[in-house]
Design a protein around this ligand. Structure first.
Ligand SMILES: [Zn+2]
Length: 543
């Protein structure tokens, strides 16, 4: 009986412990596979080409009942929770990024999430990042040993002729003794150890964006996966612990960037005012703690809805400025916005203003952000007013902004309503709520009973049991007839509302208890796994 205990997930990538009953190994890892699976060499019909036609696939059904379980895009998947699945010939997929993505999605969709993924004969220091990013965790030394046989020296940046051995590029034990085989194996293990660190820090995407530049196919695979938005988005946590480094053009297509924009357009409810001011972003997050935004807010004095125009997120309503990734991204600021950036962000603004009509929209912007606002206005037929002839924080610009808003009424500041609409897709009744705390560490109450607090790490709302009363539907995980002690595990879950993502706040509902907590898996994976934590519980209430 084998088992894969996932410790940390980052998109499709995972770290964890794989147990075979005899031994256990911390994944991702590379080792001689026969040490884990002694019968591997005698397993029959496990080596079909990925592009094999159906007739051939049907002719050679794989042996069942032993590990690893061979899976193939055209075959019904026999793998169960805890198995190690093996995809033969995956190194050939790397040559065709479109097939790679199609096959990967096909295989992932029909395999339980708590399975270890073995790609035999595939891993090199130069491709391990994209393999782990795609959800493979177990590798062997066949591919690096082949490079050794070809007299090639492996590095994460690519392969070099073996005469660089001893040149100082690497000083590992293998290099010191001019042992190419040892160097190549150690280089693979080092790269996998580094990848594990990035997964644990929830920042594998940043490493992949940097590593993939050396190989066009790797860039293409990352882009194809981004284009498969429904698949990729589902696997991404709703918030991460660290900073999102939006340092490349691909950041614009990153699924969590697109998810933010989609939710701002489709879920978010703006406050009841018909005047909007478009503002530039600030390096400091949340924006309102920056010097520039303090000036903007003094000039606006609550007389307009504040919308921040920014790359790569598009549009950040003031109420959402703390929510991941709005409160957690870092971009290289040059003042120059490239054509693709302008077009993607103008499209987001145009979609937003088509959905939410304002009587007046004031663009307190300059440079690239101003150009984007003008492009959006052209697209959706709105008229902008302009208040910046100079830098937006210049005295004259701030005076012009103040003057433009003369006579407009102060709007009610209702952050809670905006945040609840974004996070839970609801129109929350906030009448009678009070707020206390030191921004952004806020607590919301109604009739002196606390209903929400803010998780300052992610900027997300955390409902109390009384808060959940105000959220009529969605984000529920239904459990069996038991009282949870600690976290709710997958086998205890009966069903779960659709659309829950890793990291979402959820209410656990059972016949004998309620619990508040945070989902550890998306709905689909809660329902098709057999092990692991489904909800990290914060509070339990017996019924
Ligand atoms: Zn070395």
């Amino acid at each position: 009986m084998t088992r894969f205990n996932i410790r940390k997930r980052d998109g499709l990538a995972r770290t964890g412990i794989f147990e075979t009953g005899i031994t256990s190994v911390k994944l991702p890892f590379a080792l001689a596979a026969e040490t884990l699976f002694p019968g591997l060499e005698s397993l029959k019909w496990t080596n079909l080409p990925l592009c094999a036609p159906m007739a051939l696939v049907n002719q050679f059904p794989p042996e069942t009942g032993s590990q690893p379980v061979a899976i193939h895009p055209l075959r019904d998947n026999p793998a169960q929770s805890g198995d190690c699945v093996m995809v033969a010939n995956w190194h050939t997929a790397l040559l065709n990024p479109r097939n790679y993505t199609d096959w990967l999605i096909c295989l992932k969709e029909k395999t339980p999430v708590d399975t270890a993924w073995y790609a035999p004969g595939t891993a090199l220091p130069s491709n391990a990042h994209i393999l782990c990013y795609s959800g493979f965790d177990l590798f062997d030394f066949l591919a690096v040993d082949l490079k050794t046989a070809q007299a090639l020296f492996c590095t994460p940046e690519g392969e070099f002729p073996a005469d660089v051995l001893g040149s100082g590029i690497c000083t590992c034990a293998g290099c010191q003794t001019e042992n190419l085989l040892q160097h190549n194996r150690e280089a693979l293990l080092r790269e996998i150890a580094l990848i594990s660190r990035f997964i644990e820090a929830s920042q594998l995407r940043d490493l992949v964006e940097s590593r993939c530049r050396m190989n066009a196919a790797h860039v293409a695979i990352m882009r194809h996966l981004d284009n498969q938005y429904p698949f990729t988005e589902r696997h991404l946590p709703i918030a991460r612990s660290g900073v999102m480094r939006a340092n490349s053009g691909e950041s614009l297509q990153r699924a969590e960037v697109r998810r933010f924009a989609e939710r701002v357009i489709n879920r978010y409810c703006p406050p009841k005012t018909d005047v909007a001011v478009l503002l530039p972003c600030s390096a400091k997050k949340p924006y309102s703690l920056s010097q520039s935004h303090k000036k903007f807010q003094r000039a606006i004095a609550g007389r307009a809805h504040e919308l921040i125009v920014t790359s790569p997120l598009g549009l950040v309503p003031r109420e959402l400025e703390c929510i991941y990734p709005a409160g957690h991204y870092d971009v290289p600021v040059t003042g120059y916005w490239d054509a693709e950036e302008c077009s993607v962000i103008a499209r987001i603004l145009a979609r937003y203003f088509k959905r939410h009509a304002y009587r007046r929209i004031i663009a307190h912007l300059e440079g690239g952000a101003l150009k984007v606002a003008q492009m959006a206005a052209g697209k959706c037929g709105i008229t902008l007013e302009f208040t910046c002839k100079e830098h937006p924080t210049a005295e004259s610009a701030l005076n012009a902004l103040d003057a433009a808003l003369a006579g407009e009424r102060r709007m009610k500041d209702d952050r809670l309503h905006g945040m609840a609409s974004y996070q839970f897709s609801i129109d929350l009744e906030t009448k009678g709520t009070t707020v206390r705390g030191h921004y952004p560490d806020l607590f919301y109450s109604k009739n002196n009973v606390q209903i929400f607090s803010i998780d300052t790490g992610t900027g997300m709302l955390r409902p109390t049991f009384d808060g959940w009363h105000l959220i009529p539907e969605g984000y529920r995980v239904y459990i069996d007839d038991f009282i949870p002690e600690g976290d709710v595990l997958v086998p205890g879950v009966v069903r779960a509302d659709p659309g829950i993502r890793d990291g979402d706040e959820v209410l656990v509902v059972g016949p004998r208890a309620l619990a508040t907590g945070r989902a550890a898996l998306p709905t689909e994976d809660i329902l098709r796994s057999r092990r692991g934590v489904a909800v990290r519980v914060r509070k339990i209430k017996r019924l």
